[in-house]
Ligand binder design. Structure first.
Ligand SMILES: [Fe+2]
Length: 251
């Protein structure tokens, strides 16, 4: 397996990983303007990007996922709940669905809370073992923090969903499983994110302050800690839903 974490703009973390033996790769949470980087990485590694995935429709940055998928003529994957919500074709992913990139297998987990369409991606390398090795957590679980509910006016309901996604899905995973989040410190997508861009389920279970609270206290803490909505958030979501992310290098 090869694996790269890219520290993109706005403290966003993107991922490029896959199977060298079968020359297949997966690109996750590509930021607009980074498409060339992914294409260059694939060329360098001599692999083909088979799946381009956004863990959710982003509100803090323009996605480069659709553009990269179009340039490569491969499907752009989003959670199935975006059917009828976005104005372009995409490959809908359902909870429990498995994507294959050679010996690397990606299992979709629907983990609503940060947004209704949030997914985590459970990744295994069959060359190493048949158990998952790491989970790409999007904006559901960060190192030292959790995602903030993005849906204005629905924060309490979404915070409750986030608690359930964390406790019934992510925290039931093995302690040694690595986690790779969608942001690090400096992001407006959560409060108290660590500057360390990776952790494990076991370490977060012990030392992430948001994970030791009972449900009601968690909801209150999430609500109290919601960072101010970035001014251009609505515009960014709208552009990502229309598949019209402006290219940062365009005039
Ligand atoms: Fe997000």
């Amino acid at each position: 397996m090869f694996f790269q974490q890219r520290a993109a703009a706005n403290a966003t973390l993107s991922y490029f990983f896959g199977c060298a033996g079968h020359a297949k790769a997966v690109a996750v949470d590509v930021v607009a303007g980074d498409e060339d980087w992914f294409i260059a990485q694939a060329r360098q590694a001599g692999v083909r990007i088979a799946h381009v995935i956004d863990t959710h429709v982003h509100a803090d940055h323009y996605s480069g996922g659709l553009e990269l998928a179009r340039r490569l003529a491969v499907p752009y994957c989003l959670h199935e709940s975006n059917k009828g919500r976005v104005s372009f074709d995409f490959q809908p992913l359902a909870d429990g669905q498995r994507l294959e990139a050679g010996n690397v297998l990606v299992d979709v987990m629907h983990t609503p809370g940060h947004t209704p369409d949030s997914m985590c991606l459970l990744v295994r390398d069959m060359r190493r073992g048949d158990e998952p090795w790491f989970v790409v957590t999007g904006d559901t679980l960060f190192v030292g923090a959790v995602g903030r509910p993005d849906l204005a006016g629905q924060e309490r309901r979404m915070a409750a969903q986030l608690f359930d996604s964390l406790h019934t899905r992510l925290l039931t995973l093995p302690a040694e499983l690595e986690i790779y989040p969608g942001h690090q410190a400096g992001s407006a997508c959560g409060a108290g994110l660590s500057g360390k861009p990776a952790s494990t389920i076991g370490f977060e279970r012990r030392f992430n302050p948001m994970l030791s609270m009972p449900r009601e206290r968690f909801i209150e803490a999430v609500m109290a800690d919601i960072p101010p909505r970035p001014a251009d958030m609505d515009r960014i979501v709208e552009a990502n839903l229309r598949g019209a992310a402006p290219h940062p290098l365009a005039a």
